[in-house]
Structures are given as structure tokens and as C-alpha cells.
Design a protein around this ligand. Structure first.
Ligand code: BES
Ligand code: MN
Ligand code: ZN
Length: 494
């Protein structure tokens, strides 16, 4: 269960009136004081940022200063980075870094971060960063002291005080949703198999979301050959979860499809042991993000009808596991020669995408998947690749990501490479001969199952997981894509 978020509110009081465990004030790179910092430093008897410290105001750096005799237990300087790059994301990151640092030890915080760039977008970004920074995965350590932070105050100019409330609420809903995805990705795979994911959908989603689960027997009846093939090597059967959110008078209908491999050993095409094998517990990060999005839709009052497909299986090496060279049949009738059992995500997604486009009312389909190591090699760990067969949808997603502070980078679906998916014995093979452009080959394979419906594919194999703490994200499951998708649906519903 995601931990409870701290309360957030705004005040127009001066900093000297704030009685808190820590006052967080911003400093630009080069130790240039930003709003609130000068006043706080003067109160501590300092006329500038302490010179001896290694603190220079780089984005996310923090420095705690004792504050004897002041209303604040301490003053924490937080770096904003360069002044000329100032953006809502920079403020989100600074807030996140400060709160991640302070949440274990302080119960109450206040910050002047909003004053750096006053506006409603900033209120939202700072609240989001702060709430996201107050997260830790503690499910397997029930005896550990929980994070102490339970109250956060944002100092705002009086012009924003009235309208800030809605922004705080949006920030909370987005952060809560992202935390669900973070928890699911980080949960150990012995505790989260396909059926457990389905159970989590039932447990976590509000009543306004319909949940239907197809078990293995139903998958046979429904001819979902991709899910069945990938799930065969595991003693825990695959399943498909269908989610539906319907506002009273929807302005559009879209589908979200998530890759939900609860652990990916590679199957018989076994992965070589490597430090990334442990991260394969998060190979359900796409499905986790889709599930998490549904958690927020009703309260966000999104005006779009959304259907979701969580394609859940465990890719193991049991005696009945699929073999390289097996030919399977996907829901839409396409036969696939399985050349590499480690390219399993596209097989389960093929069933999900086929189902999504069976509904003629669905105007756009977006899938989210930790699909290829290749995308992470190309783009690194900070950005996801986005592929699309529709420019409009692509633009909408890029805009949403920009506003969420998540980086999507457009990658090509080169027609020329489509030939590499041809198989001698089946309609397609799952690997793509030629061993080039791995992320594109994944996208081209998936495109075969969307019947030319507007579609986009987010390959989140880079950013779904982090080995080190960064800004508002503590290491491990990040919940990447949740806020981008929520922004997209909010904007599409206007
Ligand atoms: N889940 C992996 C991709 C992955 C790798 C995600 C690293 C996150 C971090 C996926 O199922 C996979 O194994 N892909 C193969 C595809 C190849 C066999 C065509 C890969 O990336 O090597
Ligand atoms: Mn794999
Ligand atoms: Zn995988």
C-alpha cells in the first residue's frame, strides 16, 4: 500500500512567522540567493551562503544550517541550478530533492520555492516535486520508522492564494498515482505475480473503475496466444486485466495497453546474469503505470472514456516454457515465429493491442512498455522513446510529457526495416533479423497489431528504474509515464 502523503497548504505569511522543523530556501548556481534565502541567512547571522561548504547551488544540492533562536528548527538551502534555465521542472526537482533529504527527519516544512517564479504552474510543480520526494518503499520493512514529514507549507504571493488549492489537489492526485506505480515496480517478484497484479487492480482502484480479469482458461477461449505462450514457462498462469473508466458524457474514447511481465528471465533464451536482472522485477512497469493512471481518473474528473489492458505474465523457464522457433497465434489471427523468448513483451502486447482496436469507438491507443534494452542504450536512463503512426497523437504526448517534466524522445518506425520481421514459416517473427535498431524493431512489430488506428508506443525501458536517488525520485521504481499519461488525458478532455 502506498504510504500516506503529507498535507500541503499555502500561506501568504512572511517566513519569520513560520514555525516549522525546517525552512527550505532556494539558491541559484554560483551561490546566488533566491527569494527567502537572504532573509533566512540574515536571521542566522550570515550575509551570504557559507563559503566553506561544497554547496554551490547546483540543481538539487542541499545544505542544512542550524537555526538557534529562530522559529525554524533548521534552514535548508536547496540548489536551483542556473538562473537562465529556470523552468517548472527545475523547481519540481529542487523541491523533490529537498523533501527527499528532509522527510525522514522533519515533521513540518515550509518553503519559498514558489516565489522564485510565481504562478499556478509553479505551485503545482513545487507541490508535485515535494510530494513525490516524500516517498519510500517500506512494505517489506514494517518495523522501520516511517518518514516523519506530515505537513508542508508553500509560501505564495497573495495573488495566488485563492486559486492554489486546485493545483495542490492536482499535484496530490498525480503523486498518489505515481506512488502506486513506484510500489508495483519495486515490489519483489515473489510477492507480485500476474494474479497478484490483478488483485492489486481490484484493491487499489476506486469503484468508478470497472475491473474485469480474464484467467488462463478464458485466455484460451479468447485466443490470446501471446499471453499464453509467454506464461507457459511459469507455474503462475498469465492473465489479462481490463479496466474501464467512463465519465458521464465523454468527449473521446482511448485505450491504454501495458506490458506486465512480473519477472523477465528471458525464458529459454535466458538472459545472461547481470546486474540488471534484478530490475526485471519491474518489467511490469508499463502495466503498473496504466493501473496507476486509472487510480486517479475519477477524482481528476477526466472527460475521456478510457479502457485499459494489463497484459500480465511471468517469463520463466519451466518444463513447458515456449521454445525458440515455436509458432504461436495472436488474438487477431497473426501467426508469429518466436525466434527469441526474451522478446516476450511484444507477444503479450500484441494480444492487448488486438483487443484494443476491436472496439471501433477507440480513437487512439497508447501502449507503455519496458520493451527493449536498445532504447536505454540509445537514450539513456532519463528519457523514454516514443513511436507513433499519427503525428497528432505524437504531438499531444510530447506536450503532456513536457508539462509533466518527463522526457519523451521521438524515434522512427522506418518502413525499410519492416522486411526484417518477415518469417519463412509464419506471418511474422518476433525478433527482427539483422540485429539493428532494436527499439524500432519492437515498435514495428507492435504496429502490426493496431490496424492503422492512431497509436503510440512508449518504450520506458530506460527511465522505469533508477539505481541512484535523483531529485524527487528515490532509487528503484520511478513510476515513469504515469504523470505524462494523466496530463494527456486531462488535456484531451478539455
Ligand atoms: N524487458 C526486456 C527489456 C529491458 C531491458 C527492459 C533492460 C529494461 C531494462 C525485454 O523483454 C527484452 O528482453 N528485450 C530484449 C529484446 C531482444 C531479445 C530483441 C533486449 O532488449 O535485449
Ligand atoms: Mn525479455
Ligand atoms: Zn521483458
Amino acid at each position: 500500500m502506498p504510504s500516506r502523503l503529507p498535507a500541503v497548504h499555502v500561506t501568504t505569511d512572511g517566513v519569520d512567522e513560520l514555525d516549522v522543523d525546517a525552512l527550505v530556501v532556494p539558491v541559484f548556481r554560483g551561490a546566488i540567493e533566491a527569494p527567502g534565502a537572504e532573509q533566512a541567512l540574515r536571521a542566522l547571522g550570515l550575509d551570504e551562503v557559507p563559503r566553506d561548504a561544497s554547496f554551490r547551488g547546483r540543481l538539487g544540492e542541499v545544505l542544512d544550517l542550524a537555526a538557534p533562536g529562530q522559529p525554524w528548527g533548521r534552514v535548508t538551502l536547496v540548489g536551483l541550478g542556473r538562473m537562465d534555465e529556470l523552468s517548472p521542472e527545475q523547481l519540481r526537482r529542487a523541491a523533490g530533492a529537498a523533501v527527499r533529504h528532509l522527510a525522514p527527519k522533519c515533521r513540518t516544512l515550509a518553503t519559498t520555492l514558489v516565489l522564485v517564479r510565481p504562478g499556478l504552474e509553479t505551485v503545482r510543480a513545487v507541490a508535485e516535486g515535494a510530494l513525490l520526494g516524500a516517498y519510500r518503499y517500506d512494505d517489506c520493512r514494517p518495523e522501520r520508522d516511517p518518514l516523519r514529514l506530515d505537513d508542508l507549507t508553500l509560501v505564495v504571493p497573495s495573488s495566488l492564494a485563492e486559486d492554489a488549492g486546485r493545483q495542490l489537489e492536482l499535484a496530490r492526485l498525480h503523486a498518489e498515482a505515481q506512488n502506486i506505480a513506484r510500489d508495483l515496480v519495486t515490489t519483489p517478484p515473489n510477492l507480485l505475480g500476474p494474479a497478484d497484479m490483478a488483485e492489486q487492480a481490484r484493491a487499489l482502484l476506486p469503484d468508478a473503475v470497472e475491473v474485469e480479469v480474464w484467467d488462463e482458461e478464458r485466455l484460451v477461449e479468447e485466443r490470446c496466444g501471446g499471453l499464453l505462450a509467454v506464461g507457459r514457462g511459469s507455474s503462475r498462469p498469465p492473465c489479462l486485466v481490463q479496466l474501464r473508466y467512463r465519465p458521464e458524457s465523454p468527449v473521446a474514447k482511448v485505450a491504454l495497453v501495458g506490458k506486465g511481465i512480473t519477472f523477465d528471465t528471458g525464458g529459454i533464451s535466458l538472459k545472461r546474469p547481470s546486474p540488471i536482472m534484478e530490475a526485471m522485477k519491474g518489467d511490469m512497469g508499463g502495466a503498473g503505470a496504466v493501473l496507476a493512471v486509472f487510480a486517479a481518473l475519477p477524482e481528476l474528473d477526466v472527460q475521456v472514456e478510457v479502457v485499459g489492458y494489463l497484459c500480465l505474465a511471468e517469463n520463466m523457464i519451466g518444463g513447458d516454457a515456449q521454445r525458440p522457433s515455436d509458432v504461436i497465434r495472436i488474438r487477431n489471427g497473426t501467426t508469429v515465429e518466436v525466434m527469441n523468448t526474451d522478446a516476450e513483451g511484444r507477444l503479450v502486447l500484441a494480444d492487448g493491442l488486438s483487443l484494443a482496436v476491436e472496439d471501433d469507438d477507440v480513437e487512439a491507443v497508447v501502449d507503455v512498455a519496458t520493451l527493449t534494452g536498445a532504447v536505454a542504450r540509445a537514450l539513456g536512463k532519463r528519457a523514454a522513446g516514443v513511436f507513433a503512426n499519427d503525428d497528432d497523437l505524437l504531438r499531444q504526448l510530447l506536450t503532456a510529457a513536457e508539462s509533466a517534466g518527463e522526457t519523451l524522445w521521438h524515434l522512427p518506425l522506418w518502413e525499410e526495416l519492416r522486411d526484417n520481421l518477415e518469417s519463412e514459416v509464419a506471418d511474422l517473427e518476433n525478433l527482427g533479423r539483422g540485429d539493428e535498431a532494436g527499439a524500432t524493431m519492437g515498435g514495428l512489430f507492435l504496429r502490426e497489431f493496431v490496424a492503422e488506428r492512431p497509436w503510440a508506443h512508449l518504450d520506458i525501458a530506460g527511465p522505469f528504474w533508477q539505481d541512484a536517488d535523483r531529485y524527487h525520485n528515490p532509487r528503484h521504481g520511478t513510476g515513469f509515464a504515469v504523470r505524462t499519461l494523466l496530463r494527456w488525458l486531462e488535456l484531451a478532455g478539455r
